[in-house]
Design a protein around this ligand. Structure first.
Ligand SMILES: [Zn+2]
Length: 666
């Protein structure tokens, strides 16, 4: 036994050490958490690890993904991480699938790491493959892949440890079907959006101004000409009950934009834009008296180009209602700030010596930056008239433009301004990834992994890392499964089959009606059933068009699953994940002799939400159809409310699921 193994053996004891050496562990993701996790697993003495990741190494990863070096850029994360981590425990490792008798476990040194550069959603990663693991550790960065892994683990009955970090926040959540909640038991909030009129006419927070500069003004002047979509958006807002006059006004505004856009590259193009958006538009809004009768709305003040440039402009009061940022206490003072006076030359010079991006800009600074960035962008637009520009937080010209316009708008509306650093973060949705957070979370994943391998679920609590210096770590008992969950409450039956031969009709008649016995209901009537692949409806009582088609022709192949739903809502759903049929099989599918006992749905669920179940209701559409691409949504950071167990005083623990790869080095 190596010296290190002696310590681990001593700490864990012979039983747990044997499990650590022999268990087959799947690590999904070799990024921020994945690298830390792999290192920990190898150092603790885990003997059999498979790691999979589809990403390649990027320069911006190197500040926190310590298994990678500059020379590794563009190489596979999984392969490089495995090759590097292997050095921490040299030796061949226990033979995968071998007997691993007690003596071998102590004698054989090293670790066996099987690294794969690939996507967890590929078809060979099916339910049978998943069943080959004792435990799955998810170190993913997007919602879509997380949900896929969750469902795979549920269908294979393999325990899963979910984890995520976001800035200083982090969490570890152990899960097992039937014992704890699953990833899909928790509701996911939709990304925050703002009503069109708040952005266009009645901003009250700095973020409203930033969204306006970035998503509206920038696009109007330099993006694609979107006359049609613009009108559609406004018509929709009108239909949604927004003020009709206000909408008509916004329409006029849109038409006027086209005019300034055409002349933007002329000498006074920037001035013309300024006068339209910061003076004329505001004056027109002010003339709509009804608009300002709404309680809490504060009238904006038109900005004057010449006065600002001459340094004589007095900014309006910063409104208390809008104050909610770090600069709030400073700006919520008694006297309104006079930007030009409050910035004595010495102050400006001093702050300029510090971090340029964290300097507060005066109203004149903002106007000069606006003119400058507007000229830079229009020069680019003239040079490449057919390539519309788009906002990119790393493109200085676009960032400067959004910074200046957001601040000028904020000043007009009495909203606190932001620094370049702050606008870059807010406009780019950046939450910094912190190596320390990843390291702490990866440490807890390994502790929970050992708990699960020891089958010690009493110690297997959820762990939360919070930005609270007094008590950064919390742990709460695992939550029970959610009875209405559309993933972990399903019954799973792995179905080895040949999808090029098995037709949907055979599946329904032989497997569902025959083998599963879903023929008649309690009243003796024919049981009405529907068949789905993910959210696609393949068959229901009135839709049998696909019965003659083989599953393959319907886009259902190995790695996917067919879900059968009792339309009366009495029985739980039964999901059949498709897996590889042994070549010796004569039939196009194989099933165990005995069908599973399908439980009934909880009665209260039936009363409150009749069938079909929530995750697929309303999603019916004829198959086959392309899968929805929710990559954009899944890339966003997910924050959700969880409910802690154990009567703790901390009522609202926030669960975070990171978006590690969206993050840049700050
Ligand atoms: Zn669930």
């Amino acid at each position: 036994m190596s010296e290190r193994a002696t310590y681990a053996y001593g700490l864990l004891g012979p039983e747990a050490y044997r499990r650590v050496r022999t268990a087959k562990i799947l690590v999904v993701g070799a990024g921020g958490i994945g690298c830390e996790l792999l290192k920990n697993l190898v150092l603790v003495g885990f003997g059999n690890i498979q790691i999979i990741d589809l990403d390649t190494i990027d320069l911006s990863n190197l500040n926190r993904q310590f298994l990678f070096r500059k020379a590794d850029i563009k190489k596979s994360k999984a392969l490089v991480a495995a090759a590097f981590a292997k050095h921490f425990n040299p030796g061949p490792g226990p033979v995968p699938g071998g007997d691993n008798v007690e003596e071998d476990v102590l004698k054989i040194k090293g670790v066996h790491i099987d690294a794969r550069h690939g996507n967890i959603k590929e078809e060979e990663n099916d339910v049978q493959w998943m069943q080959g693991f004792d435990l799955v550790l998810s170190a993913l960065d997007n919602l879509d892949a997380r949900r896929h892994v969750n469902r795979l683990c549920c269908s294979a009955g393999v325990p899963l440890i979910e984890s995520g970090t976001q800035g200083y926040l982090g969490q570890v959540t152990p899960m097992q079907k039937g014992r704890t909640e699953c990833f899909d038991c928790m509701a996911k909030p939709v990304p925050k959006t703002f009503p069109v009129c708040t952005i266009r006419a009645t901003p009250s927070e700095p973020i409203h101004c930033i969204v306006w500069g970035k998503s509206y003004l920038f696009g109007k002047l330099f993006g694609e000409d979107d006359e049609d979509s613009d009108d559609t958006e406004l018509e929709k807002a009108k239909a949604d009950g927004e003020d009709a006059d206000e909408i008509d006004n916004l329409k006029k505004e849109a038409a006027a934009f086209r005019e300034v856009r055409q002349k933007i590259s002329e000498t006074d193009g920037a001035k013309r834009v300024f006068e339209k958006v910061f003076s004329d538009d505001i004056k027109r809004l002010l003339s709509m008296e009804d608009m300002w009768k709404v309680e809490g709305r504060v009238k904006p003040v038109p900005l004057d180009y010449e006065t600002i440039l001459a340094g004589n402009f007095t900014a309006p009061h910063v409104r208390v209602a809008a104050v909610n940022g770090t600069k709030a206490s400073k700006e919520n003072g008694a006297a309104p700030p006079k930007p030009e006076e409050s910035k004595a030359p010495a102050d400006v010079a001093r702050s300029a010596v510090g971090l340029k991006d964290q300097r507060e800009l005066s109203v004149k600074d903002n106007l000069e930056l606006f003119i400058d960035s507007c000229n830079r962008l229009s020069a680019r637009a003239v040079a490449h008239p057919n390539i519309p520009l788009s906002f990119d937080k790393d493109d200085d010209d676009t960032l400067d433009f959004v910074l200046a316009t957001a601040n000028l708008r904020a000043i007009a509306y009495g909203i606190p301004t932001k620094t370049r650093f702050e606008v870059k973060q807010m406009a780019g949705n950046i939450i910094p990834a912190i190596a320390t957070t990843n390291a702490i979370i990866a440490g807890f994943i390994v502790m929970r992994a050992i708990n699960i391998l020891n089958n010690d679920w009493t110690k297997c609590t959820n762990v939360f890392l919070k930005a609270d210096p007094a008590r950064p770590l919390r742990s709460y008992g695992t939550q029970p499964p959610e009875p209405s969950c559309g993933v972990c409450q399903d019954v799973y039956v792995p179905l080895p089959c040949d999808p090029s031969k098995l037709t949907l009709g055979t599946f329904v008649n032989e497997i569902v009606r025959g083998w599963l016995g879903w023929k008649t209901n309690d009243e003796g009537e024919d049981m009405e059933i529907s068949v789905y692949e993910d959210k696609r409806l393949l068959a229901d009582p009135d839709y049998e068009d696909n019965f003659e088609k083989p599953l393959e022709a319907l886009g259902v192949k190995r790695g996917k699953m067919l879900t059968v739903v009792d339309d009366d809502g009495v029985f739980a759903n039964v999901a059949f994940p498709l897996c590889k049929l042994p070549e010796t099989s004569e039939k196009p599918y194989q099933l165990p002799e005995k069908a599973p006992e399908v439980p009934k749905k909880p009665v209260q669920q039936k009363e409150t939400s009749p069938s079909p179940p929530p995750q697929i209701v309303g999603q019916k559409r004829p198959a086959p159809e392309d899968e929805q691409d929710d990559e954009t949504a899944s890339k966003r950071a997910k924050i959700m409310d969880g409910i802690p167990a154990g009567g703790n005083d901390q009522a609202n623990v926030q669960l975070v699921y990171d978006s590690d790869d969206d993050i840049e080095i700050l």
